[in-house]
Design a protein around this ligand. Sequence first.
Ligand code: HEC
Length: 201
Amino acid sequence: MSRFPSLLAALCFALPVTAEPLGLGRVAEPDEIAAWDIDVRPDGLGLPAGSGSVMQGEEVFIEKCAVCHGDFAEGVGRYPALAGGLGTLQDERPMRTIGSFWPFLSTAYDFINRAMTVGYGEPASDDEIYAILAYLLYSNDLVDEDFVLSRENFTSIHLPNEGGFYMDDRAQTELPLFTHDACMSDCKTDVEITARVPNSQ
Ligand code: HEC
């Protein structure tokens, strides 16, 4: 007897026509989602309302960050410097800071908001993070001392190395240099002996 009908029956059994909820867990509350949804994009999406000045930032930075990163963001001991190094990326020992290396200010916002507050003192408020960033821009000689950073002018700030980052184009630029059809017959016409193993003939 053909086994086809029983196979078909097994398949029908295995593939439910409609996905029934399993009755596990619950739908996440909006404030639970908001607590996770904190990323900030280069085009400004995700930025909270708020603002902070260089002067305010200097105070917060000295209180919460300077113990590791130095009063002027120059770095203490082996803790990373967050300012300086402009023009050193081609050097043998490049100095990579927000000013010299990072592509977008949003990356700095995100990193500080995510990683440099929890466990390093009290969580910073949105205004404090704007202020810290204003101070870091100032420390990198990118704004004047009376500058105020806010959600409104955030995307007008361009870091010097923004153009140093681009989409991975190796499939177009490098791959063709290393890929070609392998020769499978009569590949070499003349054979030249260039070395011999010592004591062999
Ligand atoms: C207890 C020491 C400590 C404190 C306080 C601290 N940081 Fe950091 N920070 C670090 C260390 C260590 C790293 C390197 C972490 C890594 O590379 O993953 C770092 C990395 C960073 C970076 C990324 C640097 C880079 O180029 O990769 C930024 C930006 C930063 N910190 C900002 C801050 C700010 C702003 C504050 C204050 C709110 C702060 N940090 C407080 C220790 C500290």
